[in-house]
Design a protein around this ligand. Sequence first.
Ligand code: DGL
Length: 257
Amino acid sequence: MIGIFDSGLGGLTVARAIMRRLPGEPLVYFGDTARTPYGNKSKQVIEGYTLQNIKFLLSRGVDRIVMACNTASALAFPVAKKHFPLVPIFEVITPAVDEASRFTESGRIGIIGTRATVQSGVYEKRLTRRDARLKIFSQACPLFVPLIEEGWLRSTQMKSVAREYLEPLLARNIDTLILGCTHYPLIKGLLQSIVGEGVRLVDAADAMAQKLADGTALSEKSGVRHQWYASDITPYFHAIASRWLGKKINVKRQSVF
Ligand code: DGL
């Protein structure tokens, strides 16, 4: 069983990508909706939350952990590895970095994410460690998550906010843009229409699912049962979850703290 956690609902984009690539693998999903967002919290707090989330998933019997949350991946992966050295733990930064460095021709890469992810500088460090000639430009996009969660995916407000965030990156002539946050695959079409076909989008959710699929023998099992947990069932939780996953799910409330 694969355990996935996120700061809330956004990680469903990663669950969805994994379900598409590995349809025979049962998932246990935990969304920390009671403590979301992580994107404006400190490293210390995000590390503490991450360890609690992983402990809960392991108690459900999972044998691998996917940190779907970019913010947790950026800030708490080392502490997670230290505390659970025997558990295979996957973060979403590495697959996105791999894909972006493969795609870019001009060597000019843009990154968008939460404030915490952008301020951590993790993408820049990883990319330039791979190739010191790469030029990296990042932009925190704190308004995207609330707009997406409100369902304003194709609104005029979303379009103008997206333009405001992306124009400085476009002015730098990027040819690749990393979507460094769980929620952004949900506005991929809109982002692509703003940056134009000349800029390749790297979807961290899909890159993660691909990486997991590469290391997993395809299971023939059908009718697998996934388990869905959240630390709070907020009023619109089920509506958002069903819309994003394209099907109804039964979510149980689970406290991990
Ligand atoms: N899941 C977070 C991420 O991918 C976005 C939402 C939050 O700030 O908690 O960075």
